[in-house]
Design a protein around this ligand. Structure first.
Ligand code: AMP
Length: 210
């Protein structure tokens, strides 16, 4: 099963991807996490991506397409995968099609902008493994500590309010048109994501009859 998670930043793509990853036993490929990891490791690509990320802009298509192509060729992707945060532009979606990758479902998590801006201020991520949390709605067992790996929970620099507005503008311009792209391919499933995490998960699983 190959799945794409679509939606605005902060819509809950990463959280729902983690559920599907567990449910199907397939890896999540998060381009955002891969870029942050590259940055942490000081690679050339990571350093180049930093200024785009910090400003809430998209990293150039050719860079992200290269990362995804390489990652999808790894063995653990053979039985399926969940793409979280890719594609984000029409050229990225076209590149994925050109790779011959068969996608079964594109799950579009729909959350109004006002909810997104409120949510983002409480979002935290594990600085080690990237797992997302929220200070009110998705708390770790121990404050500030990741349940999975014991890493420290931090606020992403690009989750600060000004950057969130920039990211939302980019989302509406560059990424939202992908819903229509995949609707035409018959792969789009729309899921309401403005209520609780559990309600969204239920809707996601129902939509793909999992
Ligand atoms: P995310 O963690 O998915 O919100 O991604 C964080 C940042 O990484 C984005 O704001 C972009 O700067 C960059 N990024 C992640 N995925 C992509 C992508 N598919 N295309 C371009 N930039 C991306």
């Amino acid at each position: 099963m190959n799945i794409i998670m679509l939606g605005a930043p902060g819509a809950g793509k990463g959280t729902q991807a983690a559920v599907l990853c567990e449910h199907f036993g397939i890896p999540t490929i998060s381009t955002g996490n891969m870029i942050r990891e590259a940055l942490k490791n000081g690679t050339e690509m990571g350093l180049k991506a930093k200024s785009y990320m910090d400003d809430g802009k998209l990293v150039p298509d050719e860079v992200v397409i290269g990362i995804v192509k390489e990652r999808l060729s790894e063995d653990d992707c053979k039985k399926g995968f969940i793409l979280d945060g890719f594609p984000r532009t029409i050229p990225q979606a076209e590149a994925l099609d050109a790779m011959g990758v068969e996608i079964q479902y594109v799950i579009n998590i729909d959350v109004p902008d006002e909810t997104i801006t409120k949510r983002m201020s409480g979002r935290r991520v594990c600085e080690n493994c990237g797992r997302p949390y929220h200070i009110e709605s998705l708390k770790p067992a121990k404050d500030g500590v990741c349940d999975d790996c014991g890493g420290t929970l931090v606020q992403r620099k690009d989750d600060h309010p000004d950057t969130v507005l920039a990211r939302l503008a980019v989302y509406h311009k560059e990424t939202e048109p992908l819903a229509e792209y995949y609707r035409k391919q018959g792969k789009l499933v729309n899921v309401a994501g403005k209520d609780t995490v559990a309600a969204t998960t239920e809707a996601v699983l129902k939509a793909i009859e999992a």
